[in-house]
Design a binder for this molecule. Structure first.
Ligand SMILES: *Cc1c(COP(=O)(O)O)cnc(C)c1O
Length: 315
């Protein structure tokens, strides 16, 4: 039995009416850890367990840390998550709720990650949030499920942070004989490391992450994601934080599920007034990647701030 569950898949009536397309939703937000990450991290942690590792170490104060903690509890392997001081109370509580030990260290992820790395020994394993080839076949199982359900889709919309999800989705398409299906890769402004790399023709590193979509906040995408953007039909688009936040609110209204701005970015491709992103397609499959670390109050607060900043710019 894998550590992830098979998630619901259906055609969204409100999103289909809004866009005039038949929009499929894959509800990864309903994974027990709150995001798709358990698919790949679950597969990775099971592999480490087979190798006899007796401790998992993560440095993610986000959905990857929660997924590692969940996997450890299910496999009866202790988990330590080192997070920076900026990590929210909510995220720490979710990790601790899974029985993992949270160590708060350093002003940014760099310092937290350095401590996590220094704790590794022969019997412990590091759980990377996106860059490990053992994870991607785990993420690919979401596409296996969609194909098994015989959903007829002509494109896949995914959010891109470090590119683990993108790597897994492309692997899933290829192993199901669907290597020709385009993938629409969405990032937010200020977390757009893939779009900028594709534009530059080389892998670039952002100076800083300025988007509220912290789960997309990888300054540099993994090499595989960059390679996949060249070997597969991957179309990059960048949405604003405000569009992502409005999509979170609209989705909560339409489907009664709260997702993070990282997932709102994907949904913005459909909700946004700029529907040109999906103009070429009739039946897009949106991966509702989820996210458990943002509260509704936080999303409303960010939205008010982003709206104020935008109206200031337009005056
Ligand atoms: C991690 C995450 C992403 C981005 O996934 P990558 O594999 O880093 O590209 C998107 N949305 C949510 C909710 C996430 O947790």
């Amino acid at each position: 039995m894998p550590l992830h569950i098979e998630t619901p898949l259906f055609q969204s009536r409100p999103l289909s009416i809004l866009s005039g397309k038949s929009v499929w939703l894959k509800f990864e937000a309903l994974q027990p850890s709150g995001s798709f990450k358990i698919r790949g991290i679950g597969a990775l942690c099971e592999e480490y367990a087979r190798q006899g590792k007796t401790r998992f170490i993560s440095s993610s104060g986000g959905n990857a840390g929660i997924a590692a903690a969940y996997a450890g509890r299910k496999l009866s392997i202790p988990v330590t998550v080192v997070v920076p001081e900026t990590t929210t109370m909510k995220a720490k509580a979710l990790i601790e709720q899974e029985g993992a030990t949270v160590i708060v260290h350093g002003a940014s992820w760099m310092e937290a990650n350095a401590l996590a790395q220094s704790m590794l020994d022969a019997s412990s394993a590091f759980v990377h949030p996106f860059d490990n080839p053992t994870m991607w076949p785990g993420h690919a199982t979401m596409i296996d499920e969609v194909v098994r359900a015989e959903a007829s889709f002509d494109s896949v919309i995914v959010s891109v942070g470090g590119g683990g999800l993108l790597s897994g989705v492309v692997e899933g398409l290829r192993r199901n004989g669907l290597g020709h299906i385009p993938v629409v890769a969405i990032e937010t402004e200020g977390a757009d490391s893939l779009a900028r790399s594709v534009q530059a023709g080389v892998q670039i590193e952002l100076d800083a992450i300025t988007s509220v979509a912290t789960s997309l906040g990888a300054k540099r995408v993994c090499t595989n994601a960059f390679e996949v953007s060249r070997s597969h039909d991957v179309r990059c688009h960048v949405v604003s934080d405000l569009e992502a936040l409005e999509a979170c609110e609209n989705f909560l209204h339409d489907h009664r599920v709260l997702v993070e701005p990282a997932c709102g970015a994907t949904l913005a491709a459909i909700y946004s007034r700029n529907q040109s992103i999906i103009a070429d397609f009739k039946a897009p499959l949106a991966i509702v990647c989820g996210g458990a670390t943002a509260t509704h109050e936080q999303i409303q607060e960010w939205r008010a701030k982003a709206a104020a900043a935008q109206s200031e710019r337009s005056h």
